[in-house]
Design a protein around this ligand. Structure first.
Ligand code: ACO
Length: 436
């Protein structure tokens, strides 16, 4: 037995057990041998929301939440944000190394040749109501891609998996831009492969009567935002993709589960929720009353708090810098004053200090997206585009991990014990609360 072990004494039986510790973790399955008697299933860990459970081994992203560190494949996020392009980062996440010139050209060419979507996907998008939420459209269209590429079911073939990843990374901006145009009643603008990845997306989104003339500062800001969002280890959406993908469904279906998870206001939907919150606060003078409501537990300060970061979110720091660069081009977002004052008050307040609540990636990103001309409901779609390379890399890592099996947590059953079936005529006639 190695020295790195945990000795557990079961006071129910008086027996002691020695459990190996590897990488600062014990295997939950090793606890199964701790039983009261032979009929006992064995000891389980109870961990709703995975607060203290590692569900995989991963070499993609490293986070130290206490120190505010985020690295992709070992490279600090600050350096990537300053020096890299989004496609280099996407390559890094998916291949493990930064590309050389030739590799980057090949990667870019591959992505460029898959940007078009089948005409029926455009018809599918046209079928949504004029006011459909673009995240719902993205979610539906990505899941529909699985019906256009039935070959994606062959997840055992690495070449096939690679092709599907390229397809999704290439088509996601096209679908997102079409969703944007649909909500504005504008005709779709098809991919123009003379543009780079970000430029193409911006052109498909904003072009009216000819090619869009990009503002280079805004375009680079969008690219940096995408880089900052590109992966974040086992967050809610990535975990959804891994869990759904563990059933060996195709990539498109698995990623649509991640898009659904990201849509929620506690996850990627928070950037939209922040803007709605700032609208609701309306003026700096209403902030004290708003904070009082937050502290009374009536609501949350959206864009604050994080499961992992407990000192600061390094992405939020970088995003705040980008915000000022963008506002120099676009003029100040009038809601910036409210956001800054909220942040100032929250960072000085005991409620937030003791709970280690700091601005997260979503606190300022919405203000930037709004200044760039994106409507509020489109913010989470932008997050999804940025996160796509990470989702693809995490899915691939899950598929090739020989330790992974179909994801299937256990439960602690707290329902009725066995009881005999009650025929209809003998059931109580009281109306249940939920039926009104
Ligand atoms: N506003 C007010 N109070 C908060 C907030 C918040 N934003 N976040 C957490 N708290 C409080 C909780 O009420 C709780 O207080 P209590 O101990 O008195 O009950 C305490 O802080 C701990 O909160 P948990 O909910 O246990 O923290 P958890 O790690 O589960 O939640 C989460 C993390 C979901 C991000 C949470 O902080 C939150 O809801 N934030 C607002 C939504 C948001 O911005 N989400 C984006 C996260 S980043 C991303 O997903 C891309």
């Amino acid at each position: 037995m190695p020295n790195d072990t945990l000795t557990i004494k079961d006071n129910r039986t008086g027996r002691s057990y020695e459990i190996p510790i590897n990488d600062n973790a014990i295997r939950a399955n090793d606890l199964k041998k701790i039983k009261v008697d032979d009929d006992d299933f064995g000891l389980m860990t109870y961990d709703p929301a995975f607060l203290g459970t590692a569900a995989c081994r991963s070499s993609i992203t490293y986070i130290d939440g206490d120190k505010g560190i985020l690295r992709y494949r070992g490279y600090p996020i600050e350096q990537l944000a300053e020096q890299s392009t989004f496609l280099e980062v996407a390559y890094l996440l998916n291949h493990g190394e930064l590309p050389n010139q030739e590799q980057l050209k090949h990667w870019t060419d591959e992505l460029t040749s898959h940007t078009y979507v089948h005409t029926n996907i455009t018809k599918f998008l046209e079928g949504f109501r004029y006011d459909a939420h673009p995240m719902g459209m993205l979610l539906g269209a990505v899941s529909a891609l699985s019906t256009f590429y039935p070959d994606a079911k062959n997840i055992a073939d690495p070449k096939n998996r690679y092709l599907q990843r390229i397809r999704l990374l290439a088509k996601a901006p096209t679908i997102a831009a079409f969703a944007f145009r649909h909500s504005r009643g504008l005709p779709f603008v098809f991919p123009d492969n003379d543009f780079d990845y970000i430029g193409n997306f911006v052109n498909m989104t904003f072009s009216i009567g000819g090619r869009h003339k990009p503002n280079k500062v805004l375009q680079r800001a969008l690219e940096v935002l995408f880089i900052l969002h590109a992966d974040h280890e086992q967050n809610c959406s990535t975990n959804a993709i891994r869990a759904v993908g563990s059933s060996h469904v195709d990539l498109f279906s698995a990623v649509s589960a991640g898009i659904a998870a990201l849509y929620g206001p506690l996850h990627g939907g928070a950037n939209e929720a922040v803007l709605n919150m700032l609208d609701e606060i309306d003026s700096v003078k209403n902030i004290p009353d708003f904070i009082r409501g937050v502290k009374a537990g009536e609501r949350r300060l959206m864009g604050f708090g994080h499961r992992v970061y407990k000192s600061y979110d390094p992405r939020a720091k970088l995003i705040k810098e980008i915000a000022y660069e963008v506002f120099e081009q676009t003029g100040l977002n009038p809601k910036l004053d409210i956001a800054l004052e909220l942040e100032r008050i929250a960072l000085e307040d005991d409620y937030f200090i003791t709970r280690k609540l700091y601005p997260n990636v979503d606190f300022y990103s919405g203000l930037i997206y709004q200044a760039m001309g994106y409507p509020t409901e489109f913010f989470t779609v932008l997050f999804a585009l940025g996160r796509m390379p990470g989702w693809l890399a995490q899915w691939e890592e899950m598929v090739i991990d020989s330790e992974q099996k179909i994801s299937r947590p256990r439960q602690i059953y707290i329902g009725s014990d066995e009881r005999p079936y009650v025929p209809m005529g003998k059931r109580q006639s009281t109306v249940s609360a939920e039926a009104g």
